[in-house]
Design a protein around this ligand. Structure first.
Ligand code: BTN
Length: 255
């Protein structure tokens, strides 16, 4: 990890040992004025959190548990676009350093062979409907072994080490992510969400397959057909109507 270098995009890297959640540390630093790109990386999280209030398994030294402060000048409603951008950046980073075929499950799960290897949690802080800052949390199961997972997770989760049959250097994974993220974030500021949407759609394993979506307001059955400008998943219902879904757990058909 010491090999990681600060850069014009990542002006400061805070390497920590055990923390509750890197999200909490990065949020505190953002409140104290930390600039865009500030990165907090921990060896271990005792209360790593995932989407929908889930626990995120973060054992010591085996994964990348990190949070980045972002200060984009965009309307609050467009913040979810950055989750999709981060998912594309991470999939490209991992495929650049190892022979992996990575699919993105909406909105931001990275899967290998149907099993999750990474998750992204974007937390936005706003005031009077104005976005103040975003903390993008990224968890990558790099060198976890089967024994690191609770048995009930093994069906659905894997690591890069298990997929590749060899360990990877975590600092290499982080450096590759920073490089891809910087490129796509620059593209996003120049050209907007359209090119990011195309890249996301090309890596997606969620589109054009009948799916069951468990949303906070009930179950939706339909076929995801694309993304709208807010990053919502557009789902075509049996009657032909297309609706945006902002938050859901998706069950895809097997295979
Ligand atoms: C998910 O798939 O549900 C998102 C998981 C996000 C986990 C990362 S690990 C680093 C950062 N700190 C946290 O507590 N969560 C995110």
């Amino acid at each position: 990890m010491e090999k990681l270098k600060e850069s014009s995009f990542v002006p400061s890297i805070k390497l920590l040992d055990a923390v509750d959640s890197t999200q909490n540390i990065a949020q505190r630093m953002a409140e104290e004025g930390a600039p865009e790109g500030t990165l907090v990386i921990a060896e271990q999280q005792t209360k790593g959190r995932g989407r929908m209030g889930r626990h995120w398994v973060s054992p010591p030294g085996k994964g990348v548990w990190m949070s980045m402060v972002l200060r984009p000048e965009i309307p609050l409603q467009f913040a979810p676009q950055l989750t999709l951008l981060a998912a594309v950046a991470l999939s490209r980073a991992l495929m650049a350093i190892a022979p992996l075929d990575i699919g993105i499950k909406w909105p931001n799960d990275l899967l290998i062979g149907g099993k999750k290897i990474s998750g992204i949690l974007l937390e936005s802080t706003a005031e009077d409907e104005r976005l103040r800052y975003v903390v993008a949390g990224i968890g990558i199961s790099v060198n976890l072994e089967e024994t690191d997972y609770p048995p009930e997770l093994l069906e659905a989760a894997t690591s890069l080490r298990i997929a590749l049959g060899r360990p990877l250097e975590r600092s290499e994974v982080i450096a590759a992510f920073i490089s891809q993220f910087q490129q796509l974030y620059t593209l996003y500021h120049k050209e907007g969400f359209a090119p990011i949407r195309s890249l996301w759609e090309a890596r997606s394993i969620t589109l054009h397959k009948q799916a069951r979506l468990v949303t906070p307001s009930g179950v939706v059955e339909g076929t995801p057909v694309g993304l709208d400008d807010r990053g919502a998943l557009l789902v075509k219902l049996a009657g032909g109507e297309i609706i945006p879904v902002f938050s859901a757990d998706i069950k895809l058909p097997a295979g």
